[in-house]
Design a binder for this molecule. Structure first.
Ligand code: BGC
Length: 443
């Protein structure tokens, strides 16, 4: 089985030039906003998932089609995933059993609006039940509106490059928040809208991967009766920044119109960038990959930070992982302390409260995760002790799930999932996180 690292694929380059034309006590204790700052008491300790990666059979989404089409960059289809669309109650019970007080999950737009303008009340009810069940379990439900996937019809219309995209997304956001109601704790509009910029920065695209990407999208467009197929983090990354930020702004406004008190933010992929040598291009990277998003995030209630490792930046750009360094299953350097630096940096740039919305690693060996968690959480708590307003730590991921291009190979979960029976088994590393959360929450 081919296993492709998603970041490597993103680094393979943009395709806009070749395709995708532009058409034009726990949870209940979440405190009210103070001075526009989302403040939460107690600290949000949790785990995160994303709909497409765990629900299964998300058949009306753009990525489902790309998994099926030939050629494809996906090493295998998502299929039943973790069957969480059925087993979500069990997932929530597991989060609760781990002394955590927060569950982050995403709502799948393609289930809510499988054809343009046709809204599934049944799907909205499903997510409402999840939100309410979280509250009953003492968990703050953090809801992501866009975790990479969008409906197939949206991609076939040109995705984020369609002139109506921001309005269409804001309408979706308003509908979801209206239906999910008062119990939602925080909303994330977009998950890592800077991921492609990050993957591409300073790297030369692999022409073979780039060609397959172009062919895959062309095949998806054809299968959808369109001349385009465009989705998040796939296309001309620089050109996508403005429409996505406009969609974020309009969605934030729409959400505030329904629930002015609801904290709204986005999440960004931010490794711990470290300058190497006097001529490091680090500032150039920061200006390209984060700065436009930071400007917008200053208007938000919080910023979600997602860090997996560090990145060394020299005079030529990104440097390889140091020789002999311990690596994760994704090829990243094992570097748990990275999260401390990225949250300090993100807060310094935005002045916003920081929520660690993802942090973790892929490993087959749970003892490695058991070493990662204490070091990473200690780095977060040290920043908090210094006065950085960190409001929570959400581990990625609750479950071993569908890791996009890499399929089911990489194991990010606190909990393993039997691929034949969907049986969940809590790993020992999860108990380590549980102990850390309990000790912090009982201080
Ligand atoms: C994404 C997740 C993904 C994780 C590990 C993050 O960039 O938000 O969906 O599974 O990284 O690669």
């Amino acid at each position: 089985m081919r296993s492709l690292n998603r970041r490597a694929v993103l680094a393979a380059g943009t395709l806009a030039a070749t395709f995708a034309p532009r058409a034009g006590a726990a949870a209940t204790a979440v405190a009210p906003l103070r001075d526009g700052h989302a403040s939460a008491t107690p600290f949000l300790w949790g785990a995160a998932t994303a709909g497409h990666q765990v629900e299964g059979n998300n058949v009306a989404s753009d990525i489902w089609l790309l998994e099926q089409i030939k050629p494809t960059l996906f090493s295998e289809p998502s299929g039943d995933a973790c069957d969480s669309f059925e087993r979500w109650r069990e997932d929530i019970e597991i989060v609760q059993s781990l002394n955590l007080n927060t569950y982050r999950f995403s709502v799948e737009w393609s289930r809510i609006e499988p054809a343009e303008g046709q809204v599934s009340l049944s799907a909205l009810d499903h997510y409402r039940r999840m939100v309410l069940a979280c509250r009953e379990a003492g968990l703050a439900p953090i809801v992501t509106l866009s975790h990479f996937t969008s409906p197939r019809w949206f991609a076939a219309k040109g995705g984020w490059f369609h002139p109506d995209a921001p309005t269409v997304f804001a309408r979706h956001a308003e509908r979801v928040i209206r239906h999910l109601g008062e119990s939602v704790s925080h909303v994330i509009t977009f998950n890592e809208p800077n991921l492609q910029l990050l993957g591409e920065w300073g790297r030369t695209p692999d022409p073979a991967v780039r060609q397959t990407m172009t062919d895959m999208l062309a095949a998806a467009a054809k299968a959808s009766g369109s001349d385009r197929f465009s989705l998040m983090n796939t296309g001309d990354a620089a050109a996508m920044v403005a429409p996505v930020l406009e969609a974020h702004r309009q969605a934030r406004q729409a959400i505030k119109g329904v629930r002015p008190d609801l904290p709204v933010g986005m999440t960004l992929a931010i490794p711990d960038d470290q300058a190497v040598g006097p001529d490091s291009r680090i500032e150039e990277k920061r200006a390209t990959v984060y700065a436009p998003f930071f400007v917008e995030a200053r208007q938000d209630d919080f910023l979600g930070v997602q860090t997996y490792s560090r990145s060394l930046i020299g005079a030529e750009g990104p440097l390889p992982v140091p020789e002999g360094a311990e690596r994760t299953q994704m090829g990243d350097e094992f570097y748990p302390q990275a999260i401390g630096a990225s949250i300090r940096y993100a807060h310094a740039q935005t002045g916003r409260p920081i929520l660690v919305t993802e942090n973790g690693l892929a490993t087959q060996d749970d003892t490695v995760r058991a070493r990662f968690i204490p070091a990473a959480t200690a780095a977060v708590l040290a920043a908090r002790d210094e006065g950085v307003p960190v409001i929570g730590y959400l581990h990625w991921s609750l479950l071993d799930n569908f890791e996009w291009f890499s399929g089911y190979g990489p194991k990010f979960g606190l909990v393993s999932v039997d691929r034949a029976t969907f049986k969940r088994t809590i790993k020992p590393s999860a108990q380590i996180l549980a102990r850390i959360a309990r000790s912090d929450l009982s201080r």
